[in-house]
Design a protein around this ligand. Structure first.
Ligand code: HPA
Length: 286
């Protein structure tokens, strides 16, 4: 067995067997590792939403309870909020904390992913605000299909050596193709415009990029730039939870469009507010 006692379940890559809907599939079976915590809600699959900047609360979630979770990796960004979303059980987690005080490089991504897995999440839709490099504009919602990781210095794996076997997870398709299809269908159903496809360039931040850095990312093929996509996506893969990221474009990246002289924080705030209303509308359709 390649799993460790610290990881909540065996690696079961999210891109495996084809499945029909977010709620049609039983959650991953409990780990074969005897020391692993068994997810508490094995009866029915459960959607988790990780809310980013501009989405620290989910008004469409009928909250049943909140729970502070401790993990072997420390505390998640906030208490998990449990409730019902369009008649199904769901969990919400505010990535930057309820008061939006945790910057992207300080988010405890491992604790967040471990907690969601341990509490029974079988798929995760992660909301993230991004800058536009190419092919999209402020106000757009984009469902990326690929990513490039430029982050550094983050705790980026559960497979961190010690007494564990060496593990290499497959990451050919970083976002779950099944969950992407469900998000696209949900957007269509809710008549919410969402671009299908994009390459998310993950940077460490918290500063924004230079024009030359954005030019380099553009040459690499990145079409979006954001600060939280990694290691979040790979940690979801490592614990075997389907993951898809819904990106909210809030500005032209540095040196592009109306960000040639500078990136305006004021504009970002305004775009964020109206775009997040559409994300709130979208989520119950997923
Ligand atoms: N760069 C990096 N992260 C971001 C940006 C950006 O321009 N906009 C929103 N998140």
């Amino acid at each position: 067995d390649t799993m460790t006692s610290r990881v909540p379940a065996r690696v079961a890559a999210g891109s495996g067997t084809p499945r029909q809907s977010v709620l049609s599939r039983p959650p991953n079976r409990a780990s074969r590792s005897p020391q692993t915590t068994r997810p508490r809600h094995q009866a029915s699959p459960m959607l988790a939403i990780i809310g980013g900047t501009g989405l620290t609360r989910l008004s469409t979630l009928a909250v049943t309870h909140r729970q502070v979770i401790r993990t072997p990796y420390g505390e998640p960004s906030a208490a998990l909020v449990f409730g019902e979303l369009a008649g199904h059980r769901a969990i919400f987690l505010a990535r930057h904390g309820h008061g939006h005080t945790i910057p992207p490089h300080r988010v405890n991504y491992r604790a967040n992913l471990w907690a969601l897995k341990e509490q029974g999440a079988s798929c995760i839709v992660a909301i993230a605000s991004v800058g536009a490099i190419r092919g999209c504009a402020p106000g757009d919602l984009v469902l990326p299909h690929q990513l490039i990781d430029y982050t550094w210095g983050r705790a980026h794996t559960f497979f961190d050596g010690g007494d564990q076997q060496v593990v290499h997870v497959d990451f050919t398709h970083p976002d779950s193709q099944r969950l992407r299809a469900i998000c696209l269908a949900g957007a269509r159903h809710g008549s919410i415009a969402m671009r299908d496809g994009g390459v998310y360039g993950a940077v460490s931040g918290p500063r924004l990029e230079t024009t030359a850095e954005i030019d380099r990312m553009d040459r690499d093929g990145a079409t979006l730039v954001g600060m939280t996509g990694m290691p979040e996506a790979v940690l979801a893969r490592e614990v075997g939870v389907d993951y898809a990221s819904v990106c909210v474009v809030v500005n032209h990246a540095a040196g592009r469009g109306d960000s040639v002289a500078n990136v305006s924080m004021e504009t970002i705030g305004n775009v964020l507010e109206s775009a997040m209303d559409r994300v709130r509308e979208l989520i119950p359709h997923i």
